[in-house]
Design a protein around this ligand. Structure first.
Ligand SMILES: Nc1ncnc2c1ncn2[C@@H]1O[C@H](COP(=O)(O)OP(=O)(O)OP(=O)(O)O)[C@@H](O)[C@H]1O
Length: 578
């Protein structure tokens, strides 16, 4: 698992190497200091040699200062390596997510992806920054302190044969228990982020439906679950400290008891006993450090697994492996025996055996009840989803054979859920064409009837849109989204119920502008209002994922009962309102 992170560390190898080196040097100096201390006690104090004591004291201070500066350098380089790895991982995840299809995103959920990009990366970052120090120093100190303590008194060192295995077993047990708890904790963080995200994105609906109380309860539930999961994990972690201290103090007592006897018998000097106690402390502290490092690593391994999952996710919609086609000839579209379902293991198709031919430049209307499959059908054209069976052709070529960018540049789709981004109106429109001239922008604004309201806005095209375009009305947003799509000069333009919030007169004006300006472009218009599509060259009536009629308005009025019913009910509705 950790091996898979190595390529992201490559830029920071030098910092990592320096951090390891400084950690080792700091540890060496810390190990040497007790030796000097032993000399002060055994030579300086016992012989009353003041100048020797002062000299050794100064040496100790110098060594401590050197050790401190190594410690500072270690912290600096460990931070560079940790933060660097974090930045690389975030960028790699973000880049990968950009290649995801809708299906991939739905698999993880947006909130989980955000957690994996933030909280999980921070956990890995912290594990590296602090882990280097602990993982280098601890084993070095452990080995050296063991050797030095054994050299001082092999007999006393036998105590470690009991205390060390006891400590290792206890820590191993704690880590084994805590790892699944950390995994659960990350899942709960995901869950809480989903709650917060849904609430904030839909805050207007929450307020309109006076759902604040229910939402607060929902948040409290996920917050409590997260708290309980964290408590579950940390209530095990906190055990590690008392266990370690218990073993440490018990060992020191046994060392002092036996060491005292050895001093009394003349087998050991007081200075050596003092050093032995210091080394014992270092041995046990290094074991504690190792335990802490392992604990942190076991938390970060849960996070690494989640990050790797994002990075290794098989993207289901990608460019063809051999010679992708780089040009879309025209806007001719064909559906050949197409069936489609969202869930691979779902037992019912969302679209069933669709056969359809649309000539380049035609205007097609699609009508059908809620959930009849209108959006699902058009999403297959720019490959937002791939067909389950059959094939979709654009310009006479299977959509799967095009380079994705080429296909999506040729097919502009105004989605049912319109989204604008923070930035000026001009910046938003330029998503359609980065190099659009003022003249081109004016032209598409006119065709989409967006110019009518833009000219009245403070700042006009330069007006800043709030996040998601909150400061323009639903109808205005739809017109801006149409303008943005028109700026692409696409071969196929799909409007998925994109004029539902626009008044009927403006809707008619937009359609008239399409007729005038978009002769070569195939226009597919999904609409609830028959009036929006009755002039189309072909109208497709969908019902329960199947095409139940195709024809012009006049033909359908004769042959399609569903179409006639919808038309008549809307005319009655119009009459009623008049
Ligand atoms: N992302 C999805 N995952 C799973 N099922 C989906 C998804 N999107 C739509 N569906 C299902 O597919 C069916 C067709 O949905 P679709 O959005 O194509 O209908 P529609 O005709 O466009 O409806 P509407 O007029 O309400 O927009 C519905 O039963 C819906 O529940």
């Amino acid at each position: 698992m950790i091996k898979k992170l190595m390529p992201y560390m490559s830029k920071y190898k030098k910092a990592l190497g320096l951090a390891v080196m400084f950690a080792a040097l700091e540890a060496v100096f810390e190990l040497l200091i007790p030796l000097v201390m032993a000399r002060i006690v055994d030579v300086g104090i016992s012989t009353g040699d003041m100048s020797y004591t002062v000299m050794m004291g100064i040496l100790m201070v110098v060594m401590a200062l050197i050790s401190l500066s190594f410690g500072l350098a270690l912290s600096k380089y460990a931070a560079i390596a940790g933060q660097g790895l974090g930045a690389e991982l975030r960028e790699a995840e973000y880049r990968k997510i950009q290649t995801y299809s809708f299906k991939n995103i739905e698999k993880f959920s947006t909130a989980s992806l955000i957690t994996r990009l933030t909280t999980d990366v921070t956990a890995v970052q912290n594990a590296v920054t602090m882990g280097i120090k602990l993982l280098v120093r601890a084993p070095m100190m452990l080995i050296c302190a063991c050797i030095l303590a054994t050299l001082i008194s092999p007999k006393l060192a036998l105590i470690f044969l009991v205390s060390m295995p006891a400590l290792i077993c206890a820590i191993g047990f704690i880590i084994m228990k805590v790892r699944p708890k950390f995994e659960m904790m990350q899942k709960r963080i995901d869950q809480m982020n989903t709650t917060v995200q849904e609430n904030l994105v839909g805050i207007r609906v929450v307020k309109a439906f006076v759902r604040a109380k229910k939402e607060k309860e929902k948040f409290k539930k996920s917050n409590d679950e997260l708290r309980m999961a964290s408590e579950g994990a940390f209530s095990i972690v906190v055990f590690s400290m008392p266990v370690m201290q218990l073993v440490m103090f018990a060992s020191i007592i046994v060392i002092l008891w036996n060491g005292g006897h050895f001093v009394y018998n003349g087998e050991l000097t007081i200075g050596n006993l003092t050093s032995f106690v210091v080394y014992s402390n270092q041995i046990l502290i290094s074991l504690m450090m190792l335990a802490m490092a392992l604990m942190m690593i076991s938390r970060s391994i849960a996070s690494i697994a989640r990050i790797i999952e994002v990075l290794e996710e098989e993207v289901d919609i990608k460019n063809p492996e051999v010679s992708p086609i780089l040009e879309v000839k025209d806007g001719e579209i064909e559906f050949r025996n197409v069936s489609f379902k969202y869930e691979e293991d779902g037992d019912q198709n969302n679209l069933e055996n669709i056969n359809l031919k649309i000539k380049a430049g035609q205007t097609i209307g699609i009508i059908g009840g809620t959930g009849s499959g209108k959006t699902s059908l058009v999403q297959l054209i720019p490959r937002l989803y791939d067909v389950t069976q059959g094939e979709v052709l654009v310009g006479g070529v299977n959509v799967k054979d095009y380079e994705l960018e080429t296909l999506r540049n040729a097919v502009a789709m105004v989605l049912q859920k319109n989204t604008l981004f923070s930035g000026s109106i001009r910046e938003n429109l330029k998503w359609g064409n980065e190099n659009a001239t003022d003249e081109q922008i004016d032209k598409v604004c006119e065709a989409s009837c967006a110019n009518e309201f833009i000219s009245r806005l403070p700042g006009g095209l330069e007006m800043d849109l709030g996040q998601g375009g909150v400061n323009v009305s639903g109808g205005q947003k739809q017109r801006l989204c149409i303008a943005r799509a028109l700026l692409k000069e696409p071969k196929v333009l799909i409007l998925d119920d994109s004029t539902s919030a626009v008044d009927t007169a403006t809707d008619a004006k937009i359609r008239a502008a399409f007729g005038k300006n978009l002769n070569g472009t195939t226009k597919i218009i999904i609409a609830q209002r028959v009036n929006s599509i009755c002039e189309a060259d072909q109208i497709i009536v969908l019902d329960d994922g199947k095409i139940c009629a195709v024809g012009t308005h006049d033909e359908l009025m004769i042959h399609s009962e569903i179409y006639r019913d919808v038309y008549n009910s809307q005319q009655e509705g119009a009459g009623f309102s008049e």
